[in-house]
Design a protein around this ligand. Structure first.
Ligand code: CAA
Length: 267
């Protein structure tokens, strides 16, 4: 199924695979890549395709245009939502962020402008966040009478701490790249024109490593953060043991001792 997925599959996003990297681009620049139900559904299909395609080792997720990654859920679409429809939409958005966070392959959010509300929440579900110098972040939902709904109340405090998260969520303040970097919301600030190149450079490094080691490391961090240190250590030990059963462990250790570059096969 995944082999058939291309940009033409979608109305609201761009999808392209180049080498080991899938590029998923939100493509509604006229409305600052606002996230309506179709966008969320298309993103789910696209990310599932990257998960199923063994040629894809990692993903770069960005927004079309020079103003926005995504300025949040589509406010015009939510205007008349009943509570039932609102709950359905928030669950869809939450399921998408969980899918991205646990894809088993690194996803870099290349934040090229506004990442507000659901846009910030999507970025937070990614493995790594790079911000252009002009990027802006915030959870301004309370300003329009709602609250974060795609995981912001859970992931923001885990990334920046409870106090800072609550200040951002309750004031609705929009912060620039410098402040986002200072509080640990983004990993790096990159000159605007170099955002994708920097993401590619990081992924080139990651993609040279053993795929199972990368996948299990993401899983250990994600699952471990939601549990006690003791239980997290048990998860780590179990996944460490699984690594020992891989061909790539044999190859990686032999290559090191043989003073040559490893050739990992992902098994
Ligand atoms: N939904 C729908 N349309 C949006 C939008 C959104 N979230 N954000 C921007 N747009 C549209 C605008 O309506 C405008 O359309 P028109 O040209 O047809 O009028 C177009 O995009 C350009 O936007 P602006 O003219 O407002 O651009 P600006 O540069 O003056 O302001 C901005 C930029 C500060 C980001 C402003 O657009 C803004 O505040 N957007 C809304 C941000 C927001 O509240 N996001 C949270 C949404 S709720 C949510 O996300 C819930 C959740 O947790 C899932």
């Amino acid at each position: 199924m995944s082999a058939a997925i291309t940009t033409s599959t979608f109305a609201n996003i761009l999808y392209e695979v180049k080498g080991a990297i899938a590029y998923i681009t939100l493509n509604r620049p006229k409305v600052l890549n606002a996230l309506n139900k179709s966008v969320i559904t298309e993103l789910k299909t696209a990310f599932e395709a990257t998960r199923e395609d063994s040629a894809v080792r990692s993903v770069i997720f960005t927004g079309a245009g020079d103003k926005a990654f995504a300025a949040g859920a589509d406010i015009s679409e939510m205007l008349n939502d009943t509570p039932i429809e609102a709950e359905e939409k928030t669950r869809l958005g939450q399921a998408l962020t969980t899918l991205i966070e646990n894809l088993g392959k690194p996803v870099i959010a290349a934040v090229n402008g506004y990442a507000l509300g659901g846009g910030c929440e999507l970025a937070m579900s990614c493995t790594i966040r790079l911000a252009s110098e002009t990027a802006k972040f915030g959870q301004p939902e309370v300003k329009i009478g709602i609250m974060p709904g795609y995981g912001g109340t859970q992931r923001l405090p885990r990334l920046v701490g409870k106090g800072r998260a609550l200040q951002l969520i309750l004031t609705g303040d929009v912060i620039g790249a410098d402040e986002a970097y200072r509080i640990g919301l983004v990993n790096e600030i990159v000159p605007s024109g170099s955002l994708i190149a920097r993401a590619e450079a990081i992924l080139k490094q990651i993609n040279a490593n053993a795929p199972q080691g990368v996948k299990f490391s993401i899983e250990a961090v994600n699952k471990g953060l939601d549990t006690s240190v003791d239980e997290g250590l048990l998860i780590e030990a179990s996944l460490f043991a699984l690594c020992a059963a891989t061909e790539d462990k044999k190859e990686g250790t032999a290559a090191f001792l043989g003073k040559r570059a490893p050739q990992f096969q992902g098994r």
